[in-house]
Design a binder for this molecule. Structure first.
Ligand SMILES: [Zn+2]
Length: 383
């Protein structure tokens, strides 16, 4: 199934949260049958005999995306919600996909293939192992997790698209799920939805989007339209067409579009956390020899500009060391929840500070080791 990895949206990257999916695949072998028994009691298990439409859609999906069907499919009575969900208790058990009756009533066979492919992707990409924003109090971390969660939906949509092999049906499925409307009520014109997306962009930022687990259907439709223009998509079906973009370019276009809708609140907050840790950590390194000469102070000021003055003035207080320790503890604990890329960058910058300041190298390395420890980075440090 790894051949599907290359279709992932690049922001759908759990390693940024310290999650190694390969480790999970190796270690998880506990079985939980209570979930399955609940489904068998209250839902209808899909077979081609009793549910030919759904059965055929499932069969087509697995043929198209070229993976083995080791899933349990169920239909559950729900006339209000058109949705589907994929749950897996562990990678050793069979994953279950549950479709609501309303979903099946609402969608055509092809649109259903999109939704099934989307749910299968959640299993293939092991999205169930991602951190849950509900279990986190830290606002910044919560927002970073929600970003990951929305990125996972973009990835799953791409597999949904490959599963139905039709842009129009993928878009229609998205539209129907967002509006709840069936065919008889709407004229399908993607350009009008893209107008709506532009209106949303013009508003600047949407905190609804920022706090959502799923991206707006407008973003998802735009993302699918771009995906249909990629070299990778055409290659998957051995189409003669070459495609206008490669996936990397589409991912970047999407980054820009998404940022316009979600705004830069999270980016600013990540940056503030990063900068606080950098300045207090650097000051600690400067003080490794318990001295802070005028030359060093000037150097520090030219490195950090205005913010340096505040840090330097703290040192004039009688309880300076205690205060600094507190600042370091708070700022590095916050920084420990940043994305891995950010933390790695922070460590590199601190190493540069260590390299360029005077004083005993061993003492500076010891301080760096302490800072990395708060960040949760276990590897040895040197410069
Ligand atoms: Zn989903």
């Amino acid at each position: 199934m790894d051949f599907l990895d290359k279709y992932k949206y690049h922001k759908d990257d759990p390693s940024e949260f310290g999650i190694d999916l390969k480790e999970f695949k190796k270690n998880s072998n506990e079985l939980d049958n209570s979930h399955l028994s609940n489904l068998l009691t209250n839902s209808v298990r899909v077979s081609k005999e009793i549910l030919p439409k759904v059965g055929t859609a499932i069969e087509t999906v697995f043929k198209r995306i070229k993976i083995e069907n080791n899933f349990n499919f169920f239909v559950t009575a729900d006339n209000n919600q058109a949705n589907a969900s994929c749950s897996l208790m562990s990678s050793a058990s069979r994953p279950d996909i549950v479709l609501t009756s309303r979903l099946i009533e609402l969608l055509s066979l092809e649109e259903l293939q999109f939704v099934i492919g989307h749910e299968v992707a959640h299993f293939v990409y092991q999205h169930a192992l991602y951190p849950n924003h509900n279990n986190v109090d830290d606002r910044n971390l919560k927002l970073n997790i929600l970003n990951l969660s929305r990125a996972a939906e973009i990835s799953a949509d791409r597999i949904g698209f490959l599963a139905c092999n039709s842009l129009e049906d993928s878009l229609r499925a998205n539209f129907k799920l967002a509006s709840g409307l069936s065919d008889k009520h709407f004229n399908f014109k993607p350009s009008t939805y893209l107008d709506q997306l532009r209106d949303l962009e013009d508003l600047g930022k949407s905190s609804t989007e920022l706090w959502s687990t799923h991206p707006s259907f407008l973003i998802r439709m735009q993302s699918l339209i771009w995906f249909s223009m990629t070299k990778e998509y055409h290659e998957f079906f051995d189409n003669k067409k070459k495609g206008t973009y490669n996936l990397r370019e589409i991912d970047e276009k999407l980054d820009i579009k998404i940022k316009k809708i979600t705004g830069d609140e999270l980016e600013i907050s990540n940056k503030e956390i990063y900068e606080k840790a950098l300045i207090w950590g650097s000051l600690d390194i400067y003080l490794s020899d318990k001295k802070f000469s005028k030359i060093e102070q000037n150097e520090f000021a030219s490195r950090f500009g205005k913010k340096a003055n505040k840090a330097i003035s703290l040192l004039k207080m009688s309880s300076a060391r205690d205060m600094l320790d507190k600042k370091i503890d708070i700022s590095f604990t916050e920084a420990s929840k940043l994305l891995k890329t950010e933390k790695d960058k922070l460590v590199e910058e601190l190493k540069t500070v260590g390299k360029e300041t005077g004083g005993d190298k061993m003492k500076k390395l010891k301080i760096l080791g302490k800072l990395l420890n708060i960040l949760g980075i276990k590897k040895p440090v040197s410069f």
